[in-house]
Design a protein around this ligand. Structure first.
Ligand SMILES: Nc1nc2c(ncn2[C@@H]2O[C@H](COP(=O)(O)OP(=O)(O)OP(=O)(O)O)[C@@H](O)[C@H]2O)c(=O)[nH]1
Ligand SMILES: [Mg+2]
Ligand SMILES: [Zn+2]
Length: 301
């Protein structure tokens, strides 16, 4: 029986792209499939991103027969087998928001996905791009992969496309940073709705909000998630927070007190590293901000 990957789930149907020896043929149409009742009974509903075995039925439709083992399962957006989280932040419009970037990074460290930071709208940068380069240098120093793109002049599009080959990725970032515009650039013929278009049509933003994987044609699939403005820390314990700032680890091991919160304890090596500039001040400030936010939330629940 044929194998495929679910690229969309809508109104009880799963849209499945056939796999041939593990490879997707982009031109091939997705097969519209129903899920077998037994899957529901087992409590395992197929998810977008699942690799599945299906059966062709009459009238060109199909039936999802078996879900192959998942490598990962993301809750928001609900997608299986995601390998890479792509965090998009524009250099301007909206302004670079490092607080939000660090918040996303905390969540991703916690989820265990690989991370790629993409700084978009490079064509809008001022000061010869010094601010952008400073952001890039800071996060590369920590060990994150960073790319710079512009959908206006095409900068970085090929490198990004190459990076996304063969894996499932999710694009995340605030509304308006250019996620859909960049995807339209990566996939010839794709016409996702972007800011301007939806305004021109006089419709609100975020009209269609089902999860869908875009086939970028090199074995890579991307979920374009709605922009979100806020993330909460409900799933994360406050004692786990410092582990999500990966550059703290090598210092935290030598703090004088075990369970050091790195906020005020004497003999704290993290604080020392902030003072000597080895840890970036903005990262540490955000750590403190999130720590206090989490404490406040705990008190309220
Ligand atoms: N100058 C410039 N403008 C861009 C670039 N990329 C996107 N834009 C513009 O930024 C606006 C928002 O782009 P979208 O692609 O709709 O942003 P989005 O991240 O998909 O937003 P949501 O779908 O609301 O989450 C549009 O007006 C785009 O034309 C870029 O690289 N340079
Ligand atoms: Mg969009
Ligand atoms: Zn400490």
């Amino acid at each position: 029986m044929p194998e495929g990957i679910i690229i969309k789930a809508l109104s009880g149907y799963y849209y499945v792209k056939p796999l041939h020896d593990g490879v997707i043929v982009t031109e091939e149409e997705a097969v519209q499939c129903r899920g077998r009742g037994i899957l529901k009974k087992k409590g395992t509903a197929p998810l977008v991103g699942d690799r599945i075995i299906y059966m062709l039925t009459e009238n060109g439709e199909g039936m999802v027969d078996e879900i192959l083992p998942r490598e990962s399962e993301l809750i928001r957006p609900q997608v299986a087998n995601v390998k890479l989280a792509v965090l998009l932040f524009s250099v301007r419009e909206p302004d670079m928001n490092l607080n939000l970037l660090d918040k996303f990074l905390v969540h991703i460290e916690h989820s265990g996905l690989d991370t790629l930071i993409v700084l978009t709208k490079q064509d809008l940068e001022e000061d010869d791009g010094q601010a952008t380069e400073a952001v890039r240098a800071m996060y590369e120093e920590i060990g994150y992969e960073v790319m710079v793109t512009s959908s206006l002049n095409g900068l970085g599009a090929d490198a990004l496309r190459e990076r996304l080959a063969g894996i499932i990725s999710v694009f995340s970032g605030q509304s308006g940073v250019g996620k859909s515009t960049l995807l339209n650039r990566l996939v010839p013929g794709l016409a996702l709705e972007t800011g301007e278009i939806s305004l021109r049509l006089g419709r609100g933003r975020h009209t269609t909000r089902h999860v869908e994987l875009m086939d970028i044609g090199n074995g890579g699939f991307v979920a374009d998630t709605p922009g979100f403005s806020q993330l909460d820390f409900l799933e994360l314990g406050v004692e786990e927070l410092s582990h999500c700032f990966r550059e703290f680890a090598s210092y935290a091991d030598s703090c004088k007190f075990r369970g050091c919160s790195h906020l005020h304890e004497p003999g704290c090596k993290v604080i020392e590293a902030v003072q000597t500039g080895e840890i970036a001040g903005s990262r540490y400030e955000h750590y403190k901000t999130f720590y206090n936010e989490m404490k406040d939330k705990k008190r309220r629940y």
